[in-house]
Design a protein around this ligand. Structure first.
Ligand code: ZN
Length: 153
């Protein structure tokens, strides 16, 4: 009995530590997103977004939006982060943090939702809001009943 109780306590402590790690890693992810938003190339819109994508293996891929004088060729931070990650061999993801340098929360656009769905339909999405508040949801809430790889089988 004594060892069982100890195990229960230990699991509870493990969960507490895991939760603390998640909070710390979410904070780190948001920091990475905020930092990379400063590198945005957005001379046309002035919108500066950073996205930090955490892969299942723990690596983080951060990217900013890159605009182009030929406007339709501009690419969002979220899709640039996916391209970086896939180029480095990461295709399974746990979470993405998105930060707008101006501080207003900005949700991923439809195109980015679709590309993120390709790899992680249940991805956690953290969006930095005003005064550091964080909005959190899952990708399947932002893109319900999504078209995806299974529809092409
Ligand atoms: Zn987008």
């Amino acid at each position: 009995m004594k060892s069982r109780r100890k195990t229960t306590t230990s699991r509870s402590e493990d969960r507490g530590r895991a939760r603390a790690r998640d909070v710390a890693s979410d904070r780190d992810l948001l920091t990475r997103a905020r930092e990379v938003s400063r590198r945005a190339h957005s001379p046309y819109s002035g919108v500066r977004i950073g996205a930090a994508l955490r892969a299942a293996d723990g690596r983080v891929f951060a990217a900013c939006n890159v605009e182009c004088a030929s406007y339709p060729l501009s690419v969002c931070a979220e899709r640039n982060a996916v391209a970086k990650a896939v180029s480095e061999g990461a295709t399974r993801f746990r979470a993405i943090a998105i930060s707008n340098a101006k501080g207003r929360p900005v949700m991923p656009c439809g195109a980015c939702r679709q590309v993120l769905h390709e790899f992680a339909p249940k991805l956690r999405v953290l969006v930095e809001g005003p005064r550091g508040a964080v909005l959190e949801c899952r990708l399947d809430e932002l893109l319900p009943d999504a078209f995806g790889p299974a529809d092409l089988e």
